[in-house]
Design a protein around this ligand. Structure first.
Ligand code: ACO
Length: 320
């Protein structure tokens, strides 16, 4: 039995920054409302024609540049995204072409904001069983492409970006455990209607639809529960968590989760203020940022958690 360990991370944010004040010019909202309800002040927005695979390629190249891993070492690519370049093939295939690593298996995971945690969990299984040595896990989103920019309830919440982690076989534990869940009976409180010609409905345009309050309540409970589940599985306590890296949807959800766990905010990585909710990219973006600015150090224990459309949610407890 082997372990898998994160050996490299990378991220990329599009150049354009959209502030709350600029949104005030677009919809009936205010900087005060957005900051008070969400904690978001600005978000990055992809340029016209900039796709999820393009953002992902930049994040991967950054990860590779700063690590001993080379592209030829990669045995599999998993891409978590809700906003893939095409309906078919999967965005992982387009990324594979961009990276010029033909032949290896590639696929997308479509569990929205929980997608990166699902990807980590799948990669961990392949490495633990000895089936593969090095796996690239990506979260990449162009959420701006599925927002109704006239709907103030949703367009202020999201941003674009990509984050990646490269997992490699190790004798020492890196990923200690992963826990993934879903409840499809909530598929109607957070969704994007189909844009396929045969299923297109003029009454339901293909933009994010969300019953914010219901999602909020579910998220606080689910994110608290997965932390308890992860700690129990590892015979650990809250004191063992050096860093909590939660999905970055809303500052109030993050604060409520930390409070429930009795974790001081100094031990929580927060990017929502300047990234907004980047869906599947939010956790790897936050992880990469905290590694590069020196907060997250080798040997520390980190709890990563994701939550999103499905509803789907999960956690990964790791030693970095
Ligand atoms: N500016 C000003 N007013 C607004 C805005 C805005 N941008 N958006 C909504 N409002 C108004 C509403 O119209 C409503 O007005 P009304 O009372 O006159 O009808 C009022 O503000 C309150 O609206 P609520 O929706 O009740 O506000 P709430 O406090 O619930 O905050 C929010 C909304 C921020 C969306 C919150 O519910 C939330 O964060 N939910 C969770 C989202 C989440 O976690 N998503 C995760 C997954 S995302 C994914 O998977 C892709």
């Amino acid at each position: 039995m082997y372990y898998s360990r994160i050996v490299a991370t990378g991220s990329y944010l599009p150049e354009k920054v959209l502030t709350n004040h600029e949104l005030e010019e677009m919809v009936d909202t205010s900087d005060d409302w957005i900051v008070e309800r969400t904690g978001i002040r600005s978000r990055h927005i992809a340029a016209e024609g900039e796709t999820a695979s393009m953002l992902a390629e930049k994040a991967v190249r950054k990860a590779i540049e700063d690590s001993p891993v080379s592209l030829s070492d990669i045995d599999m690519i998993i891409v978590a995204t809700t906003t893939g370049d095409l309906v078919m093939p999967c965005t992982a295939a387009i990324l594979q072409d961009r990276l010029e690593v033909p032949g290896i298996p590639v696929f997308d995971v479509a569990t929205a904001c929980a997608g990166f945690i699902y990807g980590l969990s799948i990669a961990d299984q392949f490495i633990r069983t000895g089936h593969m040595k090095t796996i690239l896990v990506v979260g990449t989103e162009v959420m701006s492409s599925i927002l109704d920019w006239t709907d103030r309830r949703t367009c202020v919440l999201f941003g674009d970006g990509a984050g990646v982690a490269i997992l490699q076989r190790s004798e020492e534990p890196g990923i200690l455990s992963t826990h993934i869940h879903a409840d499809g009976s909530y598929n109607d409180i957070l969704y994007v209607p189909s844009s396929l010609p045969g299923q297109f409905d003029a009454e339901k345009l293909p933009y994010v639809q969300m019953a914010g309050n219901k999602v909020f309540k579910f998220a606080v409970k689910a994110l608290g529960d997965v932390v308890i589940e992860a700690l129990a599985a590892n015979d650990a306590t809250k004191a063992d968590i050096d860093w909590l890296i939660p999905h970055q949807a809303n500052m109030r959800i993050i604060t409520a989760t930390a409070k429930k766990l009795g974790l001081p905010m100094e031990r929580v990585i927060v990017t929502v203020e300047t990234h907004g909710n980047t869906s599947a990219a939010s956790v790897p973006l936050a992880l990469d940022l905290a590694i590069r600015d020196g907060r997250v150090q080798r040997g520390q224990k980190i709890l990563l958690e994701g939550f999103g459309g499905g509803l789907a949610w999960g956690s990964a407890f790791i030693t970095y």
